[in-house]
Write a protein that binds this ligand. Structure first.
Ligand code: CA
Length: 208
């Protein structure tokens, strides 16, 4: 199983730039590729299915399987590969200018990030991957988490305080994160070692 996942990632490195047309997305391409190599099925929650019904349904599935968007279409990760013993989260990113964007989520140490794109400085390669632990330190993750908690605290304080009798309230906070420095993963000087870290993470992490 682990071997299959590693083979899938080795093949993934050779993937061309995936156009946005024809209903293909990086997420479905990666899910299909992994399913082919590990012999698992791909599942996703139906539109009308409650989370408990969905959980009951996947509870009956033979492992391994891949859940598409396990936390909903607006939340990370894109894929969760579930094996007999563990599961691994995979988040896919795609861009036309070679830059990996974070938008409303920052990296998580144990998530695998797949990037598919078009970097003018490296037209020979279009896909790479990196483990979250190579993108963010534990201290940064803690600081970003506590900043988000602080924002949520402000929201609660106002909604339940000054705004409690108002027709208006803050419905939700949508942060936007930006990575400064080298965020062009296809030309990153440590690209090869970052890819190797992902392979060894999958190898050791998914061992029973
Ligand atoms: Ca994504």
């Amino acid at each position: 199983m682990c071997e299959g996942l590693i083979k899938a990632f080795a093949e993934l490195k050779n993937y061309p730039f995936i156009p946005k047309t024809k209903g293909r997305t990086v997420e479905t391409e990666v899910a299909d590729l992994i399913a082919r190599h590990i012999g698992g099925t791909i599942v996703s929650k139906g539109g009308n299915e409650t989370p408990s019904k969905f959980n009951a349904r996947i509870g009956r599935l033979a492992k391994p399987y891949i859940i598409l968007q396990p936390n909903g279409s607006q939340s990370v990760p894109d894929l969760r590969v579930v094996t007999d013993t563990r599961s691994v989260d995979i988040e896919c990113k795609r861009s036309k200018n070679g830059k990996a964007m974070w938008n409303s989520g920052y990296p998580k140490a144990d998530t695998v990030y797949v990037y598919n794109g078009n970097d003018p400085a490296n037209t020979a390669e279009h896909t790479t991957y990196v483990l979250g632990a190579d993108l963010i330190t534990p201290d940064e993750e803690t600081a970003l988490g506590s900043m988000l908690d602080a924002f949520r605290g402000v929201k609660e304080k106002y909604n339940k305080g000054l705004l409690k009798d108002s027709k208006f309230r803050l419905e939700h906070i949508r942060p936007m994160y930006k990575e400064t420095g080298q965020n062009r993963w296809l030309i990153h000087p440590e690209k090869r070692s970052r890819e190797a870290v992902v392979l060894s993470h999958l190898d050791t992490f998914l061992q029973p």
